[in-house]
Structures are given as C-alpha cells and as structure tokens.
Design a protein around this ligand. Structure first.
Ligand SMILES: [Zn+2]
Ligand SMILES: [Zn+2]
Length: 263
C-alpha cells in the first residue's frame, strides 16, 4: 500500500489522500476536496483513481467529488446512512465492510459516529497498519460535534474502537490541526514535555511534509487519549470542582470536549 498525503493549503487546513496498490497503480482518493491536486498527483505517479471515499458528509470533504468523478469515472463510497446527505453514493459502507484497491490493498470500514453520525474511518491491515480517520481523531486532538455530532458517541468511538488500535497504527487525519491541538494539550497538561517539544516542531513544519503520527504517540500527546492522567484530571478539577477525584473516563472526555469548544 502506498499513501500520498496531499496538503490542500486551504483555510480549513484539509488533508486529502491517495491510497494506491503498488502492483496495479489503482488508487482510492479519500475526501478529495482539492480534486485538481489529487488528479495531478495521481497523474505524476502514474496512478488511476478508481474509487473515492468520503469519511463523512461535510462539504470540505465531499466538495471535490463531482469534478473528480467526472474526470475519472471513479465509484463513490461513503457511510450507508449518508445517502441523503451525500449525492451519488455507489457503495454504502457498514462496519466491517472490506474495500479492495487493486490486487494488494484491503481496507476495513469502521463505523465511527461522533463528529457526525454517518462517519466512516478506514483501517488498513497492511505490513504497517494505518487509520484514515477524517474528522474523528486528529493529531493530538478530537473532532468537534457542532455540525450533526454527539460528544457521547464520539467518546464511545474513541474508547471502544480507536483506543483499541495497536501502537504502530499510523494516523492520517482529515485536517492539519497539530499545532493548535498541542497547545490545548499543554494548556491541560503543562508538564507534558513531549507535547512541548513537538509543538516547536509543529509550528515550523511544512504541511506538504507533515508529521505522520502513530497511536503510541497519540497516547502520549493527545489529551483525549489521556483520560486517566492524574495531571489532566487535576487541572480539570480546578475548573469543574464537582468532578470526582477518580472520574469516569467518559466524564473526563466530555469535559475536555466542552473546554476545547470554547478554547
Ligand atoms: Zn467534518
Ligand atoms: Zn473537515
């Protein structure tokens, strides 16, 4: 499996992806908002885009569909329940469905509600596992729930699915929010030295060559994956004195999500 991360350079800081079979050159485009860049990159690499996957229905993820499909004839894949919100779906996905690309790539669809209720993440079980996570998990952060989502569902997705993934799973999110999210981590957990070191790097990084994190790193720098951390709980209790000393992880997650909304 070959992954091309495409930085759109737009105001929303979207990342688009091409995932290709090394043997046949067939490729799947994930949320190809910048259809021109996606097509140009595929052409440069000699790849043929045969499928488009939308992680969810927001326009900054679906806005490139029609132009890219008109240019390639690719099939459109998205959550089975997104048929009313995403026009032209050829294949509705449910949890456990397998998406094949060429001869060598197989992705598993995960049903990951929270950011919206029709959100799909896809997981590759290749030599190195990789997760394409749209607006559910970001580097050092979590998606918001402002436009059709639910924080409790997002927590369940994190706890029951994402937190179960192996340490070496590479993380490919739908936006570059790394620097902002690390600043939030440090606001909640000022002693997190790794987050501080990474923030300096993130502020200087060229998003065309962005850091690709893995689950092990997220577990160290992503507040939303550090729900049992005494430092995270202590600083939350300063703001929410009613929070017990050993709170339920769901409560910690919901309070963090609430703080992040207005941070
Ligand atoms: Zn979104
Ligand atoms: Zn988005």
């Amino acid at each position: 499996m070959i992954v091309e991360q495409i930085w759109t350079g737009n105001a929303y800081r979207n990342f688009n992806y091409l995932i290709a079979c090394a043997e046949t050159g067939e490729a799947l485009a994930v949320d190809p908002l910048d259809h021109k860049k996606c097509l140009a990159r595929a052409r440069e690499l000699g790849w043929e885009i045969t499928q488009v996957l939308n992680t969810h229905e927001h326009p900054d993820h679906t806005g490139g569909n029609s132009a890219l499909i008109a240019a390639t004839g690719a099939r459109l894949l998205a959550h089975a329940n997104a048929r009313d919100s995403i026009p032209g779906i050829d294949r509705g996905l449910q949890a456990g469905d397998v998406i094949k690309i060429g001869k060598t790539v197989e992705l598993e669809a995960l049903d990951t509600p929270g950011h919206t209720m029709c959100h799909i993440c896809v997981l590759s079980h290749a030599d190195v596992p990789a997760l394409f996570c749209g607006d559910t998990l970001f580097n050092a952060g979590a998606g918001n729930c402002h436009h059709g989502g639910h924080p409790r569902e997002l927590y369940s997705t994190f706890a029951n699915q994402l937190a179960q993934l192996p340490d070496d799973t590479l993380i490919y999110p739908g936006h570059d929010y790394l620097a902002n999210n690390l600043a939030f981590t440090l606001d909640r957990e000022p002693d997190n030295e790794e987050a501080a070191r990474l923030l300096a790097k993130a502020e200087a990084q060229d998003p065309n060559h962005a850091l690709v994190s893995d689950m092990a790193l997220e577990r160290r720098i992503n507040t939303f994956m550090r729900l049992g951390s005494p430092a995270v709980i202590a600083s939350l209790r300063d703001i929410f004195p009613d929070l017990p000393q050993q709170p339920d992880p769901a409560e910690v997650f919901l309070k963090l999500r609430e703080l992040r909304n207005s941070w």
